[in-house]
Design a protein. Structure first.
Length: 246
């Protein structure tokens, strides 16, 4: 059954599309630790462990009312949010938006405005996806005891991993500073304060800043894909629950 959401491309390589792009841009140092369970364990303190145990022991008694219509509605909601975020990321990089509040900064050799631009887009992704994730949890909790327990576990993971997730995604715009400086031609560095240098030419196709902005957009699109994974997983679980009940 398709509602448009599941057509969103899923990463098919270790670490996902975002990790692959960061590696291709030489922005990752060393190899990531492959023991996911061990890394997750380091993120949970005693209070988190108690919360997980409580969630795992959760036994909802109902009544349960979630239906195929709820699944379809929430699938459409997630698809609309995804499409809106995709459209926003596309629009922000359009030439006519250059230098506007919602567009790329006017061409300049200082990385800070581009970092602020990236962080602002990240905030939009978080704000757009979190409400639908909460609604998906609510629908799951209304499916049955097992689904309600899964919803409780997702809530605990969401709360526990919020700071870690923010730190991981927050590292991307900081890492991009390296790429910005690497793409900036050596000869151009000495001309940055020279009237002979034309910043508008940097954003022309083939220009170093044009290339940087293209790479930045690819990273943001990959980040959207990564951030979609939890709500998509909840949607899949909801689909399975309502299917098994009918």
């Amino acid at each position: 059954m398709s509602n448009g959401v599941h057509s969103f491309p899923r990463a098919s390589y270790p670490g996902g599309r975002l990790a692959r792009l960061l590696a291709e841009l030489h922005l990752l140092d060393g190899q990531p630790d492959g023991d996911v369970a061990e890394r997750l364990a380091r993120l949970f303190d005693l209070s988190d462990t108690v919360a997980l145990d409580t969630a795992n022991a959760h036994r909802a008694t109902g009544p349960f009312h979630a239906s195929e219509r709820d699944y379809r509605r929430l699938g459409e909601d997630l698809a609309k949010v995804r499409d809106k975020l995709l459209a926003g990321l596309t629009r922000a990089f359009e030439p006519e938006q250059l230098g506007t509040r919602n567009g790329l900064p006017a061409p300049q050799a200082d990385y800070e405005p581009y970092q602020k631009f990236y962080v602002a887009r990240q905030r939009q992704l978080t704000a757009g996806l979190q409400p639908v994730r909460v609604r998906l949890r609510g629908a799951l909790a209304d499916c049955g005891p097992g689904a309600a327990r899964l919803a409780e576990l997702d809530a605990v993971f969401d709360a526990t991993l919020t700071a870690w997730t923010r730190r991981c995604f927050g590292a991307v715009p900081k890492l991009l500073a390296r790429r910005f400086e690497a793409l900036k031609p050596d000869g151009q560095r000495s001309l940055l304060d020279n009237d002979a240098d034309d910043p508008d030419a940097w954003m022309a196709p083939g220009g170093w800043l044009h290339r940087f902005c293209q790479e930045m957009q690819l990273l943001l699109l990959a980040e959207l894909e990564a951030r979609l994974e939890p709500p998509l997983g909840l949607l899949d679980a909801l689909h399975n629950e309502v299917r098994d009940r009918t």
